[in-house]
Design a binder for this molecule. Sequence first.
Ligand code: UD1
Ligand code: MG
Length: 460
Amino acid sequence: MDQGLAAVVLAAGKGTRMKSALPKVLHPICGQPMLSYPLQAAREAGFSQLRIVVGHQAESVQRIFAGGDIEWVEQTEQLGTGHALMCAAESLAGFSGTLLLLCGDVPLLQAETLQMLQQFHAQEQATVTVLTAELPNPTGYGRIVRNGEQILQIVEEKDATEQQQQICEINSGTYLFDAEFVFAALKNLKTDNAQGEYYLTDVVAAAVAAGKKTRAIAVADPTEVMGINDRCQLAEAEALMRWQINTDLLKSGVTMIDPTTVYIDAGVEIGSDTVLHPNVQLRGATKIGQNCIVETGVVVVDSKIADHAHLKAGSAIEGAQIGPDCKIGPMAHLRPGTVLIGHNKIGNFVETKKILLGEGSQSSHLTYLGDAEVGRGVNFGCGTITCNYDGVNKHKTTIEDDVFIGSDVQFIAPVHIGRNSLIAAGSTITMDVPADSLAIARSEQKVIEGWSLRKKTEES
Ligand code: UD1
Ligand code: MG
């Protein structure tokens, strides 16, 4: 481990201004924790050895990102950005390649920008290269003090002279270092500054003093290096990212009638010629096929939906797999474990959960189907209920192909219905039904003629 590209992401800070019990870097942006974005950008840019410096609520952060390619570094006391990187020294001992430093609270940074930074760093043969931005209002950021190409130092706002405060080129907090140099320089950092911290930014002046090349390059779009410190900035970053997601999808052939009202998480896939109506939310690990229509008020979470689906207004779909040519809703509720093979109809006020529905089977209205396996060509009448829960355990209903179920039928599970049977309306089915049968389970109707007239005479 002495060559190549390594990245350290700083994520130990408390994020006081978020006023939250959740660590800042775990706040979601377009469905994913903030910290996932700089990590992804580093990976995409080819930085394969990843270190994250954690401190505040370290365990919560580690739990969310467990089991990956990450090596964790603990900074038990937050003594400044320089100290934070110092904490990673041991974990990178013997590494003499190029080291990327990122902040965990800068989620909009793009992999292409990191690649551009790396190319510039290599071409200039610099020891330190800082990613900067030109801001009309640089307040709060460290300022870049230059002498032509060479940058002389980075001055923090609180330490800057009035003249230095006029500088509009700011430090984004993203750097490339010669690893050996930076770890040696960190050892000499002092805390004689306005905040009494070990400033990582001081390694720039140290490199200059050692006769090394220091360089800075500005991002084309300054919003990329925006840091998230409070919930206003969080909302701003989310809006920017959402707009980017929607723009990419529009360009890839998805229609949105009003893209300003469509909320799509990062990583959601949508096929071409699919039309999204206003006020749609597509969240989590969701994939939607081609030529689908998604109407107003539809919320899809962690679901796969094949081509030609029509998701009608107000439907909620979570953890479901929907095959081709299905019609869902309006106002249908598909819960986790719902699998529709294809050409199915799930109509208004139908709720499904943990159910496999064969090709062409349909349930058009007011029905609950849970813990059931249903064959092809089955028709559920209005008001069917699979009574799956006895208060302690869940039980399964199995219905074979081509069964016709009249309205208002209850299946008291466990129960098995053989193929091509007919279940009469109003039946409460408690026993298995063999194939090709008619099952009627309702009390016989009684008619008392003249009852109304007799009652009236009694009352008067
Ligand atoms: C830092 C830079 C500043 C730059 C700005 C960009 C320094 C001294 N200043 O300032 O020049 O313009 O970022 O946003 O570096 N962190 C730790 N451990 C610590 C301190 C911080 O992990 O002990 C992490 C924080 O969680 C955060 C990042 O480092 O992710 C930046 O720290 P922050 O305190 O926000 O630095 P700034 O004052 O914004
Ligand atoms: Mg900051």
